[in-house]
Ligand binder design. Structure first.
Ligand code: FE
Length: 133
């Protein structure tokens, strides 16, 4: 399914991503809230990794968190994302990465809706969208 295999060099990532995407996906930057193209997006389909096209979140798992970033209560599968402890910026957070290519996606917070109670807070720049055919 993956268009790009993990293990690209830094130079290859720079070439294949926009500067804004590179900053988020490969350098863990955070886009400004309410700035992203998928924040208010409501069409049926699948949100995929902007870097490697792996399926990450179904539109059914998207909800309006009011946070300014696309928010999901679960990934497509448990194995689609990897979680890492993130102690940067003086905070204890759980970082969410694409399991296939290790790109930074966003963070996980325990304040989501049922059924999981989780909020996967994801940068629009780390996502692309494939509409339901
Ligand atoms: Fe990926």
């Amino acid at each position: 399914m993956n268009q790009h295999k993990p293990g690209k060099t830094d130079e290859q990532w720079r070439e294949s991503l926009s500067p804004e995407q590179y900053a988020v996906c490969r350098c863990s930057a955070t886009e400004p809230p309410f700035s992203g193209k998928w924040y208010r997006h409501k069409e049926p389909g699948t949100y995929v990794c902007a870097a490697c096209r792996a399926a990450l979140f179904a539109s059914e798992a998207k909800y309006d968190s009011g946070s300014g970033w696309p928010s999901f209560f679960q990934p497509t599968t448990r194995a689609a994302v990897s979680l890492q402890q993130d102690e940067s910026h003086g905070m204890h957070r759980t970082e969410v990465r694409c399991a296939a290519c290790d790109s930074h996606l966003g963070h996980l917070f325990p304040d989501g809706p049922k059924p999981t109670g989780l909020r996967y807070c994801i940068n629009s720049l780390a996502l692309d969208f494939e509409p339901l055919k």
